[in-house]
Design a binder for this molecule. Sequence first.
Ligand SMILES: Cc1cc2nc3c(=O)[nH]c(=O)nc-3n(C[C@H](O)[C@H](O)[C@H](O)COP(=O)(O)OP(=O)(O)OC[C@H]3O[C@@H](n4cnc5c(N)ncnc54)[C@H](O)[C@@H]3O)c2cc1C
Length: 468
Amino acid sequence: MAYDVVVIGSGPGGYVCAVKAAQLGLKVAVVEKRATYGGTCLNVGCIPSKALLHASEMFHQAAHGMEALGVEVAAPKLNLEKMMAHKEATIKSNVEGVAFLFKKNKIDGFIGTGKIAAAGKVSITGDDGKVQELEAKNIVIATGSDVAGIPGVKVDIDEKIIVSSTGGISLDKVPGKMVVVGGGVIGLELGSVWQRLGAKVTVVEYLDNILGGMDGEVSKQFQRMLAKQGMEFHLGAKVTAVAKAGSGAKVTFEPVKGGDATVLDADVVLIATGRKPYTEGLGLEAVGVALDNRGRVEIDGHFKTNVAGIYAIGDVVKGPMLAHKAEDEGVALAEILAGQHGHVNYDVIPGVVYTQPEVASVGKTEEELKAAGISYKVGKFPFTANGRARAMLATDGFVKILADKDTDRVLGGHIVGLGAGEMIHEIAVLMEFGGSSEDLGRTCHAHPTMSEAVKEAALATFFKPIHM
Ligand SMILES: Cc1cc2nc3c(=O)[nH]c(=O)nc-3n(C[C@H](O)[C@H](O)[C@H](O)COP(=O)(O)OP(=O)(O)OC[C@H]3O[C@@H](n4cnc5c(N)ncnc54)[C@H](O)[C@@H]3O)c2cc1C
């Protein structure tokens, strides 16, 4: 069978690229080695983790957050099996949604492991060992990423006691003690889930701050909030061993700067030290597709590899490992393959941590602006001064806006607070249009909303906020 485009991998990069290419009139096939479409994101990543974050937050609210509002309920009882069933049902409806989109757009889906046999040829090996071959004018590598271990430490992940995020979203009981290795987004989100359900969670992080790469002030204040919730942190700590012991495990770490080792006991250890590009078994070496020094498929500004007719997008290439970045690359590449001018603005890709409160960020951090020698001004507004936040007892957090000192153009926005992941988008849209803090501050915002804090932070950046 001959196609205009064969996409290998059906995650948010691959399936979105396929749908867009089909919408633009191309004949498209997708090859996926999992039993269901949707990739890491829908099967074991974004979607299941958010189902658990929401459900565990509801449990926590029922236990702790309602009395002050005059709602007195008996102590809630956890039914973990039902919570997991909710997660599974959420996955099912989402992966079925992708299958529906394939059908609607006349995309041929193949379940099996894809391999690039040669430029223009993709072979598919099914579970039964049968091989079939597709001809493709263009091949898109969208094979995503896989769990990375701890550099230099041999860890035996059994997905029961020592787990990756995949095991971490499927535990069958709440651990008494959970040690999370890695204070990044995934570690803090899943750590929050199990902490809300009753686990004592300790995070061990190599860097001196959590959420490496986020704005320093945001990261510090957010850590304080998590500590207030009971999460314990060991920062600047290098894990040297993770090993099973009895019915649990032991995690050994030492200060990065040198010093005595500490050993922590855990019922479950979550390894959340990042992800690595997944290129195994694709036959890239034989076809001559180049990888960069971090094992990612090397691409040019138009997602083209060094081999004609072979492209790559998503977690398997450079850039932030985020579903929406993969999706936008999928759309841009489909447009390019259809003869249009697809483009991704890498300066405006929001990042969200779906804890409570949420952390959301877009554009530059203060540290990045300083390093680039850009003169900037800062405007901040705390949710303690926002009427709606007070009414909802959601006063934790703040909005921070960074703008060019001379032109007032907004260069970055950072929000810690309830619903930060939704609020960040007005700053993203503003930045897409090259808007200024004055533009944002003069935009009428409905009252009373949490978003008024975004407007006030913009006013603070431009001149002065009203309500502070
Ligand atoms: C626990 C967790 C939570 C996350 N939460 C978020 C979040 O809230 N927001 C966010 O933006 N990102 C989140 N991410 C990251 C997000 O999942 C990834 O950035 C995103 O899935 C990348 O999309 P992709 O299409 O590049 O690859 P993937 O989603 O990894 O999909 C690649 C697909 O390719 C398939 N494949 C690989 N090799 C082959 C082959 N040879 N043949 C056929 N198929 C193959 C794989 O089976 C997989 O299904 C999370 C990740 C995890 C693990």
